[in-house]
Write a protein that binds this ligand. Structure first.
Ligand code: SDX
Length: 433
């Protein structure tokens, strides 16, 4: 029996027999029926494709309300965190349950500085990826390799989790920037002690020996906001992957590497790249919005309106609302006029007034406008999902750790309903027609 049990029960009547199942209620009133003993008591399992109706765990990290468009990390509204914090503060909150005080923040920043470099041997790995290698595949490989360079994780995964979390948070940023420099054939730019987490990333990405990069406070502030908005999102596909892989006793680095691969999917974190490709296709197609709206509505067409819809949000994704405003602000500061932004706005307007999208509660999600900002900053489209992974890293670590310390933790192993062949007699090779 899990905590938060309400004392009320659900009754299930099967073949004339009534079974009672305990129910529980979360901090914000979310309700669940505890089916931990269903198979043992009834001989039945449940079936729930895509887990739309199934909770995998209890968690104290992030709260979503899909009907009211609420997102909170450890009880703090995303609007406050995005507006008033840096990404490093929010990462600390997710990893340590509380926002840091000045001393804690200084110590955390010192750890991030200490771990900013990669082992020089790892840098040679970049020489062996093909030039067109997808940045998400490089990121997943390199993060997984960290488990070879820091094997202490294997013995007692939680022994130095604070150090490991800071190491991973700092190094994933360096890996991302180095992979970009390598893909451009440019010299690597190393992290600097005098730059912030986001300032360092931007400098490592865009500085070069010929023309020094100017780290602009407005760009740093926007990047902080973007990473905060991506930092966690309860039991989404990639986080559930991190938990499932970790539940088998896999170290943190390799669990995160699995999560990176799940995030890569175009239905998940890969959508931010797909949005730009969709907007460019519309732009190149004479802004034929109706053609693409109709494609999205056509069941025989696999095309979806990327950046629209969400498994949980049935109203505006609160992160999308913040990003849309940040988009207007940073493009004005940078004096950037992006035709794709105008197309995005018009597509949103048409979709939000189309019965197909309205009836299905399909609204812009976090991915719809984020790519416009990344473009304005100078980040290439094939790095957009890498940016999502950088933001999500502290959330993945927090979720992996919460799973690891849960006394009721079990290896994740869903069941199935078998619909294949009944038992049949073996046929020798020579007797097969
Ligand atoms: C992220 O889970 C998270 O929290 C994820 C995330 C995070 O922070 O971790 O928020 C990040 O992944 C955001 C989502 C990014 N993906 C996209 O933008 C891809 C486009 N969106 C869709 O593929 C879809 O909306 C999903 C995958 C996001 C959600 O899919 P669901 O919950 O499985 O919903 P569904 O596919 O069952 O859709 C319900 C109906 C269907 O039509 P009907 O069968 O009822 O007629 O809505 C339709 C769908 O065909 N639909 C869309 C659509 N999204 C849903 N139709 C056209 N375009 C779309 N984008």
């Amino acid at each position: 029996m899990t905590q938060n049990t309400t004392g009320r029960v659900a009754e299930l009547k099967i073949d004339g027999k009534v079974y009672t199942l305990p129910t529980l209620e979360g901090t914000e009133g979310d309700k669940a029926i505890d089916i931990s003993n269903l198979l043992q008591e009834t001989g039945y399992i449940t079936l729930d494709s895509g887990y739309k109706n199934t909770g995998s765990c209890t968690s104290s990290i992030t709260y979503l309300d899909g009907n009211d468009g609420i997102l909170r990390y450890k009880g703090y509204d995303i609007e406050d965190l995005a507006e008033k914090c840096t990404f490093v503060e929010v990462a600390y909150l997710l990893l340590h349950d509380e926002l840091p005080n000045p001393r804690e923040l200084a110590q955390f920043k010192q750890l991030l500085e200490q771990f900013a470099l990669l082992h020089e041997d790892m840098i040679h790995f970049f020489d062996h990826f093909p030039p067109y290698a997808a940045p998400m595949s490089i990121l997943s490989v390199m993060v997984n390799c960290l488990s070879s360079y820091y094997p202490e994780m294997g013995d007692d995964p939680l022994a130095n989790i604070d150090i490991t979390a800071a190491r991973l948070l700092s190094k994933i940023r360096t890996i991302a920037a180095f992979s970009y420099k390598k893909s451009m054939g440019q010299p690597l730019i190393y992290p600097r002690h005098d730059l912030s987490y986001c300032g360092n990333f931007l400098n490592m990405m865009f500085d070069n020996p010929v023309r020094p990069y100017l780290v602009q406070p407005a760009v740093v502030s926007t990047l902080n906001k973007l990473l905060i908005l991506h930092a966690d999102h309860e039991q989404n596909c990639s986080t559930s992957t991190v938990r499932l892989v970790g539940s088998a006793g896999v170290n943190l680095y390799s669990s995160i590497s699995a999560g990176i691969n799940a995030l890569w999917g175009p239905l998940h974190g890969g959508a931010n790249e797909m949005v730009i490709q969709m907007l460019e296709a519309i732009h190149n197609d004479g802004n034929d919005f109706i053609k693409y709206i109709n494609k999205a509505k056509d069941k025989s067409d696999p095309f979806k309106l990327s950046g629209f819809g969400h498994r949980v949000y049935k109203t505006f994704d609160p992160r999308g609302t913040i990003i849309k405003q940040a988009c207007d602000e940073i493009l004005e500061v940078l004096h950037v006029s992006d035709p794709l932004l105008d197309i995005a706005r018009e597509l949103e307007e048409i979709a939000l007034n189309d019965e197909y999208f309205v009836k299905r509660n399909l609204y812009p999600n976090i991915d719809f406008y984020s790519g416009i900002i990344y473009r304005a900053i100078g980040i290439p489209t094939n790095m957009f999902t890498v940016m999502f992974a950088l933001g999500r890293l502290p959330g993945w670590v927090a979720q992996w750790t919460e799973m690891s310390v849960d006394p009721s933790r079990k290896i994740g192993r869903p069941r199935q309903v078998y619909i294949g062949e009944k038992q049949r007699n073996f046929v020798a090779l020579d007797d097969r027609g």
